[in-house]
Unconditional design. Structure first.
Length: 248
C-alpha cells in the first residue's frame, strides 16, 4: 500500500496543490483496500477522487467529465484492459494512470495499446504518487524504474540473440503483412502507440470516419477482433525496418 510521508512533506504538497486547478479524477478499482487507501491519500489534493467506480463500471451519471482515470491493475489482465478500454470510450481525451504492486512487460504492452499513459507502483510514497499524477495530466508517460530496467535488460537479451542467430534461422514474416497498404501500415503503427482515431486523423490530415474505415479493413486483413489484438499482432509481425520508417 502507498506510504505516507511526514507532516512537513504533506503540507508542502498540499500548499502547492491548493493553488492549482482541481483535476476531475475517477478511480476504477476492484480492490476495496487499495481503493480506500488511494481515496484517503488523495483526499485534499487536486486529484481528490470524485467518483469511485465499480469494476467494469466507467459511467459518470451526473458527474463532471473526468480528466484523469486511476485504474487498479492488480487484478487479471483481462479485467485491467476492460477497465482501460471502457474509460477511454467514455472519455477519449482523459489521461489514464495504472496502479499495481508490480507490472510485467505483457501487461504494459497491452495496457499502452488500450490507452494507459502512466504506470505507478502501489508501494511508492504519497509524494511520488502525486508527482506521477501531475506529470500524467501534463501529457508525460511514466514508467517505474524497475520496469525501465526490465525493458533495457529485455532489449539487451533480444539484441544478443539476434546477433547470434543467422538470417536463415529467423522465422518467416506473417504473409498477411503484404495485404496491408502503406496507409494501413501507418495507421497500424499508430494503434501500437495507443493513439485514438481522432489523433491519427489529425496526424494524417484525413477525416476520422476514414480512419474508422481503415481500422475495420486492417482488422479484417490480419484477422484481429479489436484494436488491442491488432497492436499485439503488429508488434510481433512488423519488421523493425518498417517500424523505424513509420516513426520517421
Amino acid at each position: 500500500m502507498f506510504g505516507d510521508k511526514s507532516g512537513g512533506a504533506t503540507n508542502s504538497i498540499g500548499q502547492a496543490e491548493s493553488s492549482s486547478a482541481r483535476v476531475a479524477t475517477v478511480l476504477l478499482c476492484g480492490n476495496a483496500l487499495l481503493g480506500a487507501g488511494l481515496t484517503h491519500l488523495l483526499n485534499g489534493t487536486r486529484f481528490g477522487v470524485a467518483v469511485s467506480g465499480r469494476t467494469g463500471d466507467t459511467s459518470l451519471s451526473g458527474q463532471a467529465e473526468p480528466a484523469l482515470y486511476i485504474v487498479d491493475a492488480s487484478g487479471s489482465l483481462e479485467q485491467t484492459i476492460m477497465l482501460v478500454e471502457g474509460a477511454k470510450r467514455q472519455r477519449p481525451s482523459a489521461r489514464v494512470a495504472a496502479i499495481a504492486n508490480d507490472f510485467d512487460l505483457n501487461l504494459i504492452q497491452l495496457a499502452v495499446s488500450a490507452g494507459v499513459d502512466s504506470f505507478c507502483l502501489a508501494t511508492v510514497s504519497r509524494e511520488v504518487l502525486i508527482n506521477v499524477l501531475e506529470l500524467t495530466v501534463l501529457g508525460e508517460q511514466i514508467l517505474p524504474r524497475s520496469v525501465v530496467n526490465c525493458l533495457l535488460n529485455h532489449a539487451s537479451t533480444v539484441s544478443s540473440v539476434g546477433r547470434i542467430s543467422s538470417t536463415s534461422e529467423k522465422s518467416a514474416p506473417d504473409p498477411r503483412v503484404t495485404k496491408l497498404s502503406p496507409r494501413e501500415t501507418v495507421i497500424l503503427q499508430s494503434l501500437m502507440g495507443g493513439d485514438a482515431n481522432k489523433v491519427i486523423a489529425r496526424r494524417l490530415d484525413i477525416t476520422e470516419s476514414t480512419i474508422k474505415v481503415h481500422v475495420k479493413s486492417i482488422l479484417r486483413k490480419i484477422g484481429a477482433a479489436n484494436r488491442t489484438q491488432a497492436a499485439m499482432w503488429a508488434n510481433e509481425n512488423l519488421r523493425a525496418t518498417e517500424k523505424l520508417s513509420l516513426v520517421n
